[in-house]
Design a protein. Structure first.
Lengths: 238, 464
């Protein structure tokens, strides 16, 4: 199968290891990986801020780039939800409405693509650490993904998963919310980091780099030893 | 930025820095969650119950006109006087007129969020009346001259010690940390008030069109006394409270109790069908029901967000909201706080003045997930943002999105931007978190990750 990766803007610029891990995992499974270079942003920041007219041209370019893709995989529940759930809404009553729906149906969040579509859950990964998993809200509630990442982590050798209290509570990132209401965003992040720390885990794992950027930012600033890592990197760790 | 928005930001800054407050709320709501989960597990199929409740409310709200007429006809037939108030001002005037007609001096009032919504107590007090709230939580916040902190738990932000101090100061009682003793202190004060009150004012949890009754659900028996002792009773309720059938309560009463407090049912559930009838020995001589619109019909006219009128005011969305849990109820500056408040306040009080509440959300969706009547809360926040930006866009924000979108869709420009960012980042690090830092909103409390020396796209291009 040819799998088209949509690498979100911040993953491209800040967390290339996440994208590289996804490419390596999918290629090891024998798939051909494509990655349209034209795409960087899914349009979520203007969309979530209410600027739908500004979001539409950005999203339209994404649709154009992805229109022939067989399967589209995104390593972020948030950007995944944007394409899968909100593009059809954004393009309602426009000429691209049908295309948006078709592309939405062919789009997958990475962990769910592996576990539900490819039905592969063991990649021979080794990660001898105690970890806790943070459910990004968009993946969890917009896309309904809860078990897939856990099924994948269950097959990582040496990995011990300890669920934190309030695992499903938002970390406080929320896109532009983090910058518009930094005090609330920070307070929410502190609660999350505390819940994670109480598990005694060395790493917070998530399928969303945006949540992790926020949490790692807080942990680093506060000099906490806990680290964050994207699920794809864990699955590619040998 | 509206003055309400400025106030919200100021208050949010203060409350998020108040770790003690955050701990009190988190503990209280942690206990609520345990009770709620237990209550929910006694439903055979919670998701089906939600679906059914949403459908019943849909039916009621989408045929509100006929159900309200049916309700009114039935309840008037038993001698109740029904008043229709389009605005809060009209509702206040109707109630003040009743008060004047009765030459009333003192009023006892059980819990009613609609009364908070129209600032009824202020209006009555300004007219020289003595008004006493008799729900324990409401009584406490009234003594503190505060608005209720939460639509179900008005004084959840206070500890026993604070309540004891308040009672010592305001009621001259002896110090105690025993909740039962504190309750008894309030009860002794309140019992006297019931006996001397000229008028009792209540809210309503549901109104039944089929039988012409209102349903009040409570835990302290205070609403019953409010309805039973004074000669005149006034009930103020929003028009969206109506349900088609009496049997609908078989679902809604346990649902409201479960999601509101985690109880299977509240301690007292009473149906009121009219004033004292011939041959009856108790009940008010006169009963007035005031039906309040106050912009609800405008929300009804909006198909996209009409389901916000399904709300049964259980408070469940507030309890799970991480924003509410960190900023607290008073920060919102509205009668209805939390997610439902952020959705409806822009409709009730003006979109541009209150849009900040819709922005102050990470759109996590915990509210929508918990709502027993399936209001699409967090997507309504998104729609409020869209409507607010379309009506009154911010020039700079729009420009920023246009520029970002333009760059991010063009590989060469995107590459240049990343390179410039890599050069700029060491300089930004020098001013990190200070007023000079363009990323200050982020970097005051959080580190920014470094831009990768080789971006994913660089890597992809190089390996090809």
């Amino acid at each position: 199968m040819t799998i088209t990766l949509f690498i979100p803007c911040f993953v491209d610029a800040l967390f290339p290891r996440v994208g590289i891990s996804m490419v390596e995992i999918l290629e090891r499974l024998g798939h051909t990986v494509a990655c349209p270079e034209e795409i960087a942003c899914c349009g979520q920041p203007p969309f979530n801020s209410g600027y739908w007219d500004e979001a539409r041209p950005v999203a339209a370019r994404v649709l154009e780039q992805l229109k022939d893709a067989e399967a589209i995989v995104i390593g972020s529940g948030s950007c995944g939800a944007m394409v899968k759930k909100f593009y059809p809404e954004l393009f309602t009553n426009t000429p691209q409405a049908e295309l948006a729906k078709q592309i939405a149906a062919r789009t997958w969040e990475f962990s769910d693509f592996l576990a539900s579509k490819l039905e592969v859950t063991d990649f021979g990964a080794k990660f001898p650490h105690k970890v806790t998993f943070h459910d990004g809200c968009h993946g969890l509630r917009e896309l309904g993904i809860k078990q897939s990442p856990r099924m994948l982590l269950a097959n990582v050798k040496g990995l011990q998963l300890v669920e934190m209290a309030e695992a499903e509570t938002c970390c406080g990132f929320g896109g532009t919310f983090a910058a518009k209401f930094p005090m609330i965003s920070t307070a929410m992040g502190e609660v999350k980091c505390q819940s994670a720390a109480e598990t005694g885990a060395e790493y917070i794992v998530s399928n969303d780099s945006s949540c992790l950027m926020h949490l790692q930012g807080l942990l680093s600033r506060q000099g906490k030893p806990m680290k964050t890592i994207h699920l794809a990197e864990v699955l590619n760790h040998r | 930025m509206s003055t309400f928005a400025t106030q919200f930001l100021k208050q949010a800054r203060a409350m998020t820095a108040d770790l003690r407050h955050r701990r009190i709320i988190r503990t209280a709501l942690g206990n609520y969650e345990i009770a709620r989960d237990q209550g929910r597990s006694s439903f055979q199929d919670w998701e089906s119950a939600r679906q059914l409740a949403a459908e019943m409310k849909w039916e009621a709200v989408n045929h509100l006109d006929s159900y309200l007429e049916a309700f009114t006809a039935k309840i008037e037939a038993r001698g109740t006087k029904v008043h229709w108030a389009s605005t809060g001002e009209q509702a206040r005037e109707i109630i003040l007129q009743i008060v004047r007609d009765k030459e009333a001096r003192s009023i006892i009032k059980s819990k009613a969020m609609t009364a908070e919504e129209i600032h009824l107590n202020d209006a009555l007090e300004n007219a020289g009346l003595n008004v006493v709230e008799n729900d324990l939580g409401e009584f406490i916040v009234q003594l503190r001259h505060e608005a209720p902190y939460h639509i179900v738990f008005p004084s959840m932000h206070l500890t026993r010690c604070e309540i004891s101090d308040l009672f010592q100061r305001e009621l001259g009682s002896a110090p105690t940390n025993d909740p039962e003793e504190l309750t008894m202190i309030a009860r002794r004060v309140l019992r006297k008030k019931y006996l001397t009150a000229d008028i009792g004012i209540t809210g309503a949890n549901f109104a039944i069109a089929e039988t012409g009754m209102i349903s009040i659900t409570e835990n302290e028996g205070n609403a019953r006394l409010t309805a039973a002792l004074p000669k005149t009773m006034i009930t103020l309720m929003g028009i969206e409270k109506v349900l088609p059938k009496l049997e609908d309560l078989a679902l809604f009463l346990p649902m409201l109790a479960t999601m509101g407090t985690g109880q299977p049912l509240t301690c007292y559930n009473t149906m009121y069908g009219g004033p004292r009838q011939a041959g009856e020995s108790d009940g008010p001589e006169e009963w007035h029901v005031v039906l309040l619109d106050n912009h609800r019909t405008e929300l009804l006219a909006e198909a996209e967000q009409r389901d916000a009128l399904h709300c049964i005011r259980c408070g469940a969305c507030l309890n799970v909201c991480p924003i509410f849990r960190n900023v607290g109820g008073h920060t919102y500056g509205t009668t209805y706080s939390g997610p439902i408040g952020s959705v409806i306040t822009p409709h009730l009080r003006g979109l541009q003045d209150w849009k900040h509440l819709s922005n102050a959300s990470s759109l996590c969706g915990a509210c929508t997930e918990t709502c027993p009547v399936k209001i699409d809360l967090h997507h309504h926040l998104l729609q409020n943002r869209r409507n607010a930006s379309a009506a009154q866009p911010s020039f700079f924000e729009r420009l920023a999105y246009k520029i970002f979108g333009f760059i991010a869709s063009r590989p060469t420009l995107w590459s240049i931007a990343k390179t410039l960012g890599r050069w700029g980042q060491p300089f930004q690090n020098l001013v990190k978190g200070s007023a000079l830092d363009p990323a200050k909103a982020w970097t005051q409390t959080r580190d920014l990750p470094p831009l990768a020396a080789e971006s994913f796209k660089d890597w992809w291009r190089n390996r090809k």
